[in-house]
Design a protein around this ligand. Sequence first.
Ligand SMILES: Cc1ncc(Cn2c(C)c(CCOP(=O)(O)OP(=O)(O)O)sc2=O)c(N)n1
Ligand SMILES: Nc1ncnc2c1ncn2[C@@H]1O[C@H](COP(=O)(O)OP(=O)(O)O)[C@@H](O)[C@H]1O
Ligand SMILES: [Mg+2]
Length: 569
Amino acid sequence: ETVDETQDLTDGFSLVIDAMKLNGIDTIYGVPGIPITDLGRLAQAAGIRVLSFRHEQNAGYAAAIAGFLTKKPGVCLTVSAPGFLNGLTALAHATTNCFPMILVSGSSEREIVDLQQGDYEEMDQLAIAKPLCKAAYRVLHAQDIGIGLARAIRAAVSGRPGGVYLDLPAKLFAQVINADVGAKSLVKVVDAAPAQFPGPAAVKRALDVLKAAKRPLIILGKGAAYAQADDAIKALVEKSGVPFLPMSMAKGLLSDMHPQCAGAARSTVLKDSDVVMLIGARLNWLLSHGKGRTWGDAPKKFIHVDIEPREMDSNVEIAAPVVGDIGSCVEALLDGMGGSWPKAPADWTGTVTAKRDENIAKMAPRFMNNKSPMDYHGALGALRTIIKERPDTILVNEGANTLDLARGAIDMYKPRKRLDVGTWGVMGVGMGSAIAAAVETGHPVLAVEGDSAFGFCGMEIETICRYKLPVCVVVFNNDGIYRGDGVNTGGGSDPATTAFVKGARYDKMAEAFGGVGVNATTPDDLRRAVNEALDSGKPTLINAVIDPAAGAESGRIGNLNPQSKLRKK
Ligand SMILES: Cc1ncc(Cn2c(C)c(CCOP(=O)(O)OP(=O)(O)O)sc2=O)c(N)n1
Ligand SMILES: Nc1ncnc2c1ncn2[C@@H]1O[C@H](COP(=O)(O)OP(=O)(O)O)[C@@H](O)[C@H]1O
Ligand SMILES: [Mg+2]
């Protein structure tokens, strides 16, 4: 395009910002630096909220969770090479968890990279990103920025949501074109995530299988939470009368207190059910691949509702695949059920409810203990009460024991209020998730972190203080990974490989940045400090002292760890 200098002009910086605003992208999570420092400044000046983090991985986790919460792609902006690489973990995490996110990274000049002539932060970022995300695009000309961003948005949210990489070489930003040419080049994406309806035959087949069930179960996954088809899902569960099992980030879709919730009877319903309807949940390692002891010997029939056709038969035969977006699929199932539908057999629902109530009663006393130093259940007893009293609070959770025990201990009452490590079990998602949850929803956030998990992202406490976000972080400090009483069997002076400084005071970190720091040694201390934080909305970091001997190696998944057979007893 020749540029007519007598006319209004625009440039790459402005076109990126205009394309984002045109498509409703109002927030960017990132870390400034060459070549995108000015892009961040100009975006902020143009009214986009630009949040600067201390490490790109946390900005990426924030963008991923923003995508999960809003169904619009969360945007993470990084510098080239090292910044891009730091963002990649989050991009791969978003893709694995089906969260829509766009990693936008500045990059080096193609001519120099492709001749490997040693550019500043030289790296072929597009090639490196491709295997780790849903789609990856690079834009070389200013007039292609509009279509480039449009493609990235559609790729992120359509079909199975996921991570997308958008590569913007440094030279692109200062390119100048005529403003009218620029304006015409922008694309406002129409219907980015089109409804995808299931075939009538698939719906009928699924309902026939469900109707014939003697011991049916519905499993709700984070895809069902993401779909924001809350009323339809509730209607399906209640019309069918089938017990439901929420996966971690689907908790609260229907309250954990709902009479059909089988969360506390998980082992029973997985083992004894004869028909299982999966809604936005994969039969991956979290559900033992649909095979083995967990699922008992009785033959099972699976109904699988998912937008990704290739997910069907991924692990076990699917008797009734229902492929489409969850909202459309659940509406179609409800229509197919017509006016009246036989409730799930009473002997089955009775068995499930009895088992659930028995397990809840067994656990109850453990949450009442007032031990000091606290054990997990004593500390969680304080927190579960607070979430029950404050159901709008968003709960962020990571760790091993801190994650596994909190998942079952803290009931959730509303959809998309529990944000945790997701499918990979990656440590370090906590602070980014907490920041995005506060920014995107305005609700107060309670982040319950193992001390090791917190260590991966703890520097973002400064970010939380800087933006004055209503985030209360509770570090379950058991002096280590899994436990704090490990021993260096080599007899040297080094501590055990899983140990941390004994009696560390994480709360003092908050004071460094003007936040509130509290050291809590009893459940009452913890309850008081969290309530004060949630009432004040002030950034707060609570060091909850947990008994170093209270945890189990790798929480609930120790069986995944290979053990040496030759190890001396
Ligand atoms: C990025 C990363 N590194 C390491 C791990 C391995 N890992 C690690 C390091 C965990 C931390 C557990 O310690 P914690 O202090 O966070 O929790 P508890 O001590 O309460 O169990 S849980 C876990 O799977 C991981 N999942 N992700
Ligand atoms: N809008 C949607 N409609 C249908 N399926 C969806 C939608 N969004 C995500 N999914 C699907 O939801 C599933 C989420 O599964 P998973 O991450 O394993 O959940 P969980 O770990 O909670 O069981 C993925 O297979 C994904 O394709
Ligand atoms: Mg720990």
